[in-house]
Design a protein around this ligand. Structure first.
Ligand SMILES: NC(=O)C1=CN([C@@H]2O[C@H](COP(=O)(O)OP(=O)(O)OC[C@H]3O[C@@H](n4cnc5c(N)ncnc54)[C@H](OP(=O)(O)O)[C@@H]3O)[C@@H](O)[C@H]2O)C=CC1
Ligand SMILES: C[C@H]1O[C@H](OP(=O)(O)OP(=O)(O)OC[C@H]2O[C@@H](n3cnc4c(=O)[nH]c(N)nc43)[C@H](O)[C@@H]2O)[C@@H](O)[C@@H](O)C1=O
Length: 308
């Protein structure tokens, strides 16, 4: 991408989209196009087509999606499959029709089979049954991957797909019902500390293992791949390091300075028992995560306090 290229970041107010905008600006990209959800509903095919015809972006980061944690995914599977299929197909097809030079599709590590061998290699895709709590969302994301590959095969486009692990950072969703575990725990421990509450409740057993990547690292990796990568093969993005939910809770508790007790609500689902991306392919392409989990927790908590 040259620095004047027209770049459309879909979902620019979200966790990933806003990190992409920060990193693009930091690297000196000057011609970035954005539209809020209210200005352009990406589910509306006509509106998406009209937008692409007028703007004719050179590059597209497809970071708009209906996103949520285990609670939201389990409760609203119809919204997750419908909205994500519509957003994905509308944007990819409009990109093709309007000669977009390159598009980067954001998938997720939840597209891999529930019992995939760990750490999860890109080759595990479609080798087994999916985790039931996010099957609808994962199927929409798998469709996005396959659509990019089909368009590359038939039309010679250059659409690449990345599979980030669980992300966290600035501009995350901190709603306790719909968020992912990381922002939920930041908020729960912060509130419990301020209100002198004796216990904080964690969903599930605390035993599941997840890998957490600071979103600024993810943004850097996406821009790096947009500039250097042209293969059909999907690319995992992560740290390659897993922690249990209990360990994550203890680390966040320490940073927040909360001294109470952890209680585990086992009526809530654990989801996938373990999910760690194999990042050897990404490393071989020349990129590695930089921000440690502890540093990322501190940076996110500082930002959260400044906003609350
Ligand atoms: N968060 C995570 O842990 C992970 C995320 N990813 C992927 O990264 C991508 C971005 O996720 P993330 O940033 O966390 O999600 P967010 O929910 O933070 O951001 C999504 C953005 O998309 C916008 N959006 C959603 N629906 C529409 C629509 N119909 N029309 C226009 N805009 C819309 C939202 O706007 P509004 O809020 O106004 O609706 C929001 O700005 C997704 O593809 C997700 O699958 C992958 C792995 C992990
Ligand atoms: C990124 C990924 O995110 C989703 O999958 P997930 O990794 O299971 O997401 P999660 O962050 O919501 O939970 C991780 C673990 O943490 C536990 N947990 C404890 N306490 C809270 C809590 O307070 N809130 C939440 N949400 N979880 C909690 C929770 O029970 C689970 O064991 C996918 O739906 C899918 O959309 C996807 O792509």
């Amino acid at each position: 991408m040259d620095k004047q290229a027209k770049i459309y970041v879909a979902g620019h107010r979200g966790l990933v989209g806003s990190a992409l905008i920060r990193e693009l600006h930091r690297q000196g990209y000057t011609n970035i196009v954005v539209k809020t959800h209210a200005e352009l509903d990406l589910i509306n095919q006509e509106a998406v087509n009209a937008f692409f015809m007028v703007e004719k972006p050179d590059y597209v980061f497809l970071s708009a999606a209906k996103v949520g944690g285990i609670g939201a995914n389990s409760t609203y599977p119809a919204e997750f499959i419908y909205q994500n299929l519509m957003i994905t197909t509308n944007i990819i097809h409009a990109a093709y029709k309007n000669n977009v030079k390159k598009l980067l599709f954001l998938g997720s590590s939840c597209i891999y089979p529930k019992m995939a061998e760990q750490p999860i290699k890109e080759e595990s895709l479609l080798t087994g049954a999916l985790e039931s709590t996010n099957e609808a969302y994962a199927l929409a994301k798998i469709t996005g991957i396959k659509m990019c590959q089909a368009y590359n095969q038939q039309y010679g486009t250059k659409y690449i797909s990345v599979m980030p692990t669980n992300l966290y950072g600035i501009n995350d969703n901190f709603d306790l019902e719909t968020s992912h575990v990381f922002p939920a725990l930041i908020r729960k421990f912060h509130q419990a500390k301020i209100n002198n509450e004796p216990i904080v409740t964690i969903w599930g057993t605390g035993a599941p293992i997840r890998e957490f990547l600071f979103v600024d690292d993810l943004a850097e990796a996406c821009i790096y791949l947009m500039n250097t990568y042209e293969e059909d093969k999907i690319v995992n993005i992560g740290t390659g390091v897993g922690v249990t939910i209990k360990e994550l809770a203890e680390s966040i508790m320490q940073v927040v300075g909360y001294k109470g007790e952890l209680v585990f609500d086992t009526s809530k689902p654990d989801g996938t028992p373990i999910k760690i991306n194999d990042v050897s392919y990404l490393n071989s392409l020349g990129w590695k995560a930089k921000v440690s989990l502890l540093d990322g927790i501190k940076r996110t908590y500082e930002w959260y306090k400044s906003k609350s």
